[in-house]
Design a protein around this ligand. Sequence first.
Ligand code: NDP
Length: 288
Amino acid sequence: PAARVSVLGLGLMGSALASAFLKAGHEVTVWNRSASKTGPLVAQGAKPAGTATEAVEASPLVILCLLTNDNVGELLATLPESLAGRTVVNLTNGTPAQARALSEQVTERGARYVDGGIMAVPQMIAGPHAYVFYSGDEEAYKEHEATLAALGGTRWTGTDPGFAALHDLGLLTGMYGMIIGVVQALALVRTENIRAEEFSGPLVEWIQAMLGIVPGIAQAIDSGEHLTDVSSLAVNQSAFPNFLETFAAQGVSSELFEPFQALLDRSIAEGHAADGLSRLAEMLKAEK
Ligand code: NDP
């Protein structure tokens, strides 16, 4: 069934979200700080709102997609004191702490708050591989889940409003780890004029094979049993200087990898030589 939904923030992502709601047959109201961006959406059937307040008043479901959560806080401050009857779904990228603070700001004004982390680029929205992590007010989420499904998959992560951002950042942390390895590996082989494209074949194959160790590492972290018969911290610590020496000899900076050597060294110094790499997750824990 058609729902009424307002989208505030029509950048690359917000425009893709509004467009997906329109294609799913919903009644969409749009607002953007620079009014010119409403044009293409109005052409697709959206109603332009003159002000952010008008946009919020037009629909029970209000989607926010601004550049930062600071921008969201500033926008909320311009809205009426009471937002009763609204569900605010904030899909702006941010931190768990920001999501929790915004949740308080929104609920204090009588509305329900759901935070979201979009796992897609704008071109993927409404396609088979896009999904969004959600957290916060579960009742509000359930009420609007069918409408939100126009954007892609819906994945509930919990009632702590910070959890969607935590899941989003968690996945991207894994991605950046992979990117760090990829750029270092390609910088290394390029020092001998090996084509990066040629090396990317075996590199992808190797990374894919190594992904198989992730569930075992996760199991060790959950159980606290870090003893390994696969690859001990002692073995890794003694092999790692080979990398740093080779980077230096080939003229590639070690700045991304030196911290890992330091962590391996500390793990041995603290008596974990026989443990596997999963132990490092324990060692990274700092007081919150
Ligand atoms: P854009 O830079 O294309 O759009 C930014 C939007 O924020 C514009 O609508 C802009 O309005 C608005 N904005 C900025 N500052 C303010 C303000 N102070 N008050 C009101 N509106 C403001 O970014 P995207 O659309 O790509 O990204 C939006 C969010 O989605 C970000 O948090 C981003 O991290 C997240 N995201 C983006 C992805 C992507 O691939 N693009 C992927 C996953 C998440 P104006 O037009 O007036 O400048």
